[in-house]
Write a protein that binds this ligand. Structure first.
Ligand code: NAD
Length: 434
């Protein structure tokens, strides 16, 4: 099948590469010239395990190409995937200008019947809107149908998720378009769930909202555990053994971040509001997450008092391990607050430093390694559970910090480990080791 994928961000690039890997003839289109140049030289602009290797393989096997020439990119495509961003507007609603822009481009360059697939996360009703824009501009010269196919990949394991996801959701009104999409996706070997377009659009928001709810729920339980001297790790495990609850997404920490949960939860509250429904539960989930992101600072102030002039080391900046994505990472709010309160911040992240430099103020200094970051620090804050952090031998920390104070926002270490290493250790939802 001849497929064009529009947008080469986390979703578009992974989608394009994986569709090529299962045998389709894929052209990825992006308006960002630098990105396209980089991609054509065989380099991925994003860090995603396994992506670059698979991309190079498929370029060499001539199933994958990249262009910013729209005419060339859209030419002859039987299926066009829209995978551009839908960022958050100031009022919390989804900004659909990129999606609408692509709809206009498709109309301008369309020369044959085609199926347009919306992969971007979009409010209910958007697929219809996209189809209307295209149809109103092409004057019914070609037959266009629309399929909603929301993306569920997780950054950091996006390629693996594409080949091993739990389900592929396809929402359609036109049966033939639905069948074609089913055929396109069959080689992935993942269960395909078929539904109508509106329900498909809603499945994406409802799934992210539910996962975010699980996170805020367990974080609140953790905060109560701290007051009662209970241990959230055991509480989560004990809860997760109940199959109705499940063990995933019950890790207490400093809250969710990233490019999806924060914006999608806010967008769903907004969508509900526009339809005269007050989604109170989800509004609370968002509020809880904002305060949870700053909970380490309370612990830090409790221990060090005024933070002015204190040297604070940060381990991890990305919103989660194995990604360089800094969008809405809890580290941003934490670092800004530390700087505001006069602390000196020295941070290290194995992959996200370049992206961090774009969002964080220049006052932040960056170290060359995890151990470099803690040399002479008054306290260490752990913000991302990188493997290197979890595998760090805590006893060695004395070589770098005179009196180690560790405030761990990701519960990377067992309490016993901290006890044996003779460090002061504060984590989330567990008794402190002092
Ligand atoms: P992104 O911002 O990383 O990438 C979007 C790309 O689209 C950019 O490279 C941009 O240059 C390009 N673009 C914008 N307008 C264009 C146009 N008219 N023609 C061609 N290219 C254009 O976005 P992302 O993180 O990949 O997210 C894309 C969508 O997928 C969003 O709706 C997001 O909510 C959703 N989603 C993201 C994830 C994730 O983990 N990142 C997961 C599931 C769903």
């Amino acid at each position: 099948m001849k497929i064009s994928v529009v947008g080469t961000g986390y979703v578009g690039l992974v989608t394009g590469v994986c569709l090529a890997e299962i045998g389709h003839d894929v052209t990825c289109i992006d308006i960002n010239e630098n990105k396209v140049k980089l991609l054509n030289s065989g380099k991925s602009p994003i860090y995603e395990p396994g992506l670059e290797e698979l991309m190079v393989k498929n370029i060499e096997e001539k199933r994958l190409g990249f262009t910013n020439d729209l005419e060339k990119g859209y030419h002859g495509a039987e299926v066009i995937y829209i995978a551009v961003g839908t960022p958050q507007k100031e009022d919390g609603s989804a900004d659909l200008s990129f999606v609408e822009g692509v709809a206009k481009d498709i109309a301008a360059y369309l020369r044959n019947d085609t199926i347009v697939v919306v992969k971007s996360t979009v409010p209910v009703g958007t697929n219809e809107q996209v189809l209307n824009i295209i149809n109103s501009l092409i004057d019914k010269k070609y037959y266009v149908s629309i399929v909603s196919n929301p993306e569920f990949l997780r950054e950091g394991s996006a390629v693996k998720d594409t080949f091993n996801g739990d389900r592929i959701v396809i929402g359609f009104e036109d049966d033939i378009a639905g069948q074609v999409l089913e055929e396109v996706n069959k080689p992935f070997g993942i269960p395909i769930f078929k539904t109508d377009v509106r329900s498909s659009e809603m499945i994406k928001y409802a799934s992210n909202a539910f996962l975010a709810t699980k996170i805020s729920f367990i974080n609140e339980i953790a905060n109560i555990c701290e007051k009662l001297n209970a241990n959230i790790e055991d509480v989560s495990k004990g809860m997760g053994l109940d199959q109705r609850i499940g063990q995933h997404f019950l890790n207490a920490g400093i809250g969710y971040g990233g490019s999806c949960f924060p914006k999608d939860t806010k967008a769903l509250v907004q969508i509900a509001g526009e339809n005269f429904y007050d989604f109170e539960l989800l509004s609370s989930v968002i509020k809880v997450n904002s305060s949870q992101q700053l909970i380490l600072l309370e612990k830090l102030r409790d221990r060090l008092g005024n933070l002015r002039g204190k040297q604070i080391a940060l381990w991890g900046l990305a919103f989660k391990p194995n990604t360089d994505d800094m969008r809405e990472a809890p580290s941003i709010a934490i670092t800004r607050k530390l700087i505001e309160e006069g602390a000196q911040v020295l941070a290290y992240d194995p992959i996200a430093i370049d992206n961090a430099k774009h969002v964080l103020r220049k006052e932040v200094s960056y170290a060359n390694s995890f151990t470099d970051a803690i040399k002479g620090a008054d306290a260490l804050l752990i913000l991302t559970e990188w493997n290197e952090v979890k595998q760090f031998n805590l006893s060695e920390i004395h070589e770098y910090m005179a009196a180690p104070i560790i405030i761990d926002g990701r519960n990377c270490f067992e309490l016993d480990e901290a006890r044996k290493a003779n460090v002061e250790y504060y984590s989330i939802g567990r008794p402190p080791i002092t």
